[in-house]
Design a protein around this ligand. Sequence first.
Ligand code: UDP
Length: 237
Amino acid sequence: MEFLYEGKAKRVFKGENENEVVIFYKDDATAFNNLKKGTIENKGIVNSKITEILYGYLEKAGIKTHLLKVIDERTHLCQRVSIIPLEVIVRNIMAGSGSKRLGIEEGSPLNSPIIEICYKKDELNDPLINDYHAISLGLATREDLDEIYRETLKINELLQEFFKKCNLTLVDFKIEFGKNSKGEIILADEISPDTCRLWDMSTGQKMDKDRFRRDLGNVEEAYLAVLQRVTKEGDQC
Ligand code: UDP
């Protein structure tokens, strides 16, 4: 397979068809814009499976995603898209850099979900921008942003509902969108404990990448527990 690109958590190859790519999920873990590096054993397997289940659930609810087929336990066949260079972040509860930036204690509830957009540029640490930047810099049009926000709020509702049934609170998450060959905006990349903050609803325990970021231990165990809960819920819907 012809190699196309290597990211922090994935390797991307050309598919047989020019409108398809093959995405391989690695075990590499990074945090704080690559300052902290490590490995989470079997993370690639766990995150690709969680993404597969969540994308299947979202597709059923009418959300278009890039996932076409599961090739093996670490590899997905996906639609080739040109990624819109925005990290779209949704916050339901204040945490992480959101808490730090606004001086609001982690765990504080919010009156309504907050959507933030960050310009995908590693060398600048993915700076927070607004719609005016995105449009003026040519990253997305007004229409693109309207569609992205509409889809993002729908995805948030659906994921909150799903994770609640897994006894997990969806604190915040990051998603990315791309444009396919037909010009449609579709959900791309992954949804996993790498990209979501998930807190156990009974104990408040962190079940996501914060265990790696903050050296809380039991990282693999937390990712596996999320996979088990998501698999059980996925089987029922
Ligand atoms: N996030 C991500 N990739 C990034 C930045 C953030 O997946 O490059 C996710 C992160 O895991 C969390 C949410 O987006 O679930 C909000 O992250 P935040 O802005 O609070 O940044 P952090 O505290 O993770 O630096």
